[in-house]
Design a protein. Structure first.
Ligand code: HEM
Ligand code: HEM
Length: 186
């Protein structure tokens, strides 16, 4: 692409962060629901990996948000209806909120827990308790419930988001998916 040509895709950093975070969130939701089942083997280890990747999502999402504030995304197709633009914006903002709120709720849940578990991220970095969260069963249950509701909201946004992306790609054929997967660009 020449220097003067318009930028049609997200930046490499935005694309790398999008797919890394998407993969981690989908695994966190999948393994999150599985690890809470009694029959699941190696539950303790999965919990530790869950906490580790969950905090990694928090760090990467904060970085991604800061990056996004300084880098404008490529323009949306001009023939999109007002409600479609609004729906895309609400979904994106909802994702950013949940990408940050979900790890914080999980962290708050383990900080409020009375179980004497030492949390070490990737078996290396000790995870301190969130400041201001005191051990309490009632608080643990509240954060647990909010964490579970958040996961269901992520799934709802995911269905809307992927539905939208596939509609753009296969019905409108307007190159929107190629903004996140440059290899699709002709
Ligand atoms: C984007 C990040 C995260 C996502 C998408 C996520 C998703 C989930 C899901 C789907 C569940 C199962 C919900 C249920 O049935 O109760 C779960 C459970 C859990 N998560 Fe997360 N999680 C994230 C981050 C974290 C973090 C950072 C921590 C802790 C540092 C954490 C700690 C836990 C714990 C302890 C449970 C088990 C709750 C129980 O025993 O019912 N999560 N998570
Ligand atoms: C849990 C998984 C996912 C999350 C959390 C997520 C989150 C996001 C967010 C926050 C944005 C807005 C980026 C910005 O403008 O800063 C975005 C854009 C985008 N995502 Fe995802 N995404 C996920 C999965 C997917 C999947 C599976 C697809 C493809 C089928 C996809 C396709 C796209 C596309 C094409 C855009 C650009 C849309 C546009 O140009 O407005 N995403 N995603």
């Amino acid at each position: 692409m020449s220097a003067a040509a318009p930028m049609h895709t997200y930046s490499r950093v935005a694309i790398a962060l999008h797919w890394a975070i998407a993969l981690m969130i989908l695994s966190l939701v999948g393994f999150g629901f599985l690890m809470t089942q009694e029959w699941m083997p190696n539950r303790f280890a999965i919990y530790q990996w869950h906490k580790s990747f969950g905090i990694l999502v928090l760090v990467l999402s904060l970085f991604r948000l800061i990056w996004r504030l300084g880098h404008k995304p490529p323009p949306l197709p001009s023939d999109m209806k007002t409600w479609e633009v609004a729906a895309a914006k609400v979904t994106h903002i909802g994702f950013y909120v949940l990408m940050i709120a979900m790890p914080l709720l999980g962290w708050a849940m383990v900080s409020a827990s009375k179980l004497p578990i030492e949390n070490k991220l990737f078996y290396l970095i000790p995870l301190p308790d969130l400041p201001g969260v005191t051990p309490s069963d009632a608080l643990t249950d509240r954060f647990k419930l909010l964490h579970e509701i958040g996961a269901k909201l992520i799934l709802l946004l995911f269905v809307l988001h992927v539905g939208g992306a596939l509609k753009h790609h296969f019905v409108a054929k307007d190159g929107t998916l190629a903004r996140m997967i440059p290899a699709l660009r002709r």
